[in-house]
Design a protein around this ligand. Structure first.
Ligand SMILES: *Cc1c(COP(=O)(O)O)cnc(C)c1O
Length: 338
């Protein structure tokens, strides 16, 4: 019941991504509480499988994760050194001259990395800024120089080659480990791999890693069922009306649990074993209704996410991406890690 997270499938996905980039150290991106799946469980499972390089978005995530990992695990903070942050036990990826000078002034012996902007224009030193600081920064001994691809999930996009060339121009000849690829970049091929890759969404079972094993099963309890006569309607706005004698089940999840209201009317199915059970009516805050008329027996819970229907399937119906479905998975679900 609730959210079942298959850690062995997750680790298998990480290993499969690592195998696509055999020359690089396989890192693991566990930001946003491991994409909603629980960094305190996911990161130690990956550590046990050999991962030593973990990435979080902000220092507070790193501080929460630090006690769950042995000292030889590196926790890299993608937002770098923000003013006033405690970075004890963490490695900031410094994004600008201001961050670099702040970090060196406050933590002259602290490990750090450098993030470069190769074209995405979101984080990292601009080429001109890097040229000005590069000698001093390299002398200070960064553990990594990295950048991030904007369009890696579109293999034919011209930005991939352009960003690769920009990254090379900024880093060729440096004696510092380099990283450019996340999941999409790993799949683009060896010239994108450099010394370390950042495995992210593919590990959690989502696109663009199309051969990923299913990691998440979400089962929602049935609260009650009722019989409807033709002409009776269900839920807010009476958006669904029975056209035959019907049996309706009310389930204990809604948009407050990360199931987008935009799924309303999109033909979403729940699953009772192998049988599809159509969602009807509106997704409301805490409740969803399904038409169980054709089920011989109504189970205690119905599945929404499983090997048959993954986060990307749901995302497409809702007009979003698997990343957003994963990171929205609600705090009210009980979570079980297997
Ligand atoms: C989120 C993120 C990743 C992971 O990306 P995926 O597409 O989930 O593999 C890697 N690097 C950076 C800088 C990120 O922000």
């Amino acid at each position: 019941m609730g959210l079942m997270i298959d850690l062995s499938a997750l680790v298998a996905n990480w290993k499969a991504l690592a195998a696509r980039a055999p020359a690089a150290r396989p890192g693991a991106v566990v930001k946003a509480d491991a994409y909603g799946l629980g960094a305190a469980k996911v990161a130690p499972a990956l550590y046990a499988a050999g991962a030593r390089d973990f990435f979080v978005a902000v220092a507070s995530e790193g501080r929460e994760l630090r006690p769950h990992l042995p000292d030889d695990a590196r926790i890299m903070v993608l937002s770098g050194h923000m003013e006033g942050e405690d970075l004890t036990g963490l490695i900031p990826m410094l994004n600008s001259p201001a961050q670099f000078f702040r970090d060196r002034a406050l933590r002259p012996k602290g490990a750090f990395g450098i993030q470069l902007d190769s074209g995405m224009n979101r984080l990292g030193f601009e080429p001109g800024e890097w040229a000005a600081v590069r000698a001093e920064a390299v002398a200070a001994g960064p553990v990594l120089v990295m950048s991030h691809l904007a369009c890696a999930d579109e293999p034919d996009h011209a930005a991939n080659a352009a960003q690769l060339a920009a990254f090379r121009a900024m880093t060729d000849g440096l004696d510092v480990p380099r990283a450019l690829a996340a999941t999409g970049g790993i799949l683009l091929g060896p010239e994108f791999h450099f010394d370390l890759v950042r495995c992210g969404v593919g590990m959690y079972g989502a696109e663009p890693f199309l051969t990923a094993a299913s990691v998440v099963t979400l089962s929602i309890p049935v609260i009650q069922t009722r019989e409807l006569q033709p002409g009776e309607s269900v839920g807010y706005g009476y958006s669904w009306t029975a056209t035959r004698p019907s049996k309706i089940a009310t389930l204990a999840a809604g948009y407050a649990d990360g199931l987008p209201r935009a799924l309303t009317g999109k033909g979403v199915n729940f699953w009772a074993g192998e049988t599809a059970v159509p969602m009807i009516g509106r997704v409301s805050m805490d409740l969803i209704t399904v038409d169980v008329t054709d089920l011989a027996v109504v189970p205690a819970e119905l599945e929404l996410l499983n090997a048959k229907q993954g986060v990307d399937d749901l995302a497409k119906l809702a007009g979003t991406i698997g990343y957003e479905i994963l990171t929205s998975l609600g705090r009210r679900y009980s979570r079980v890690w297997r």
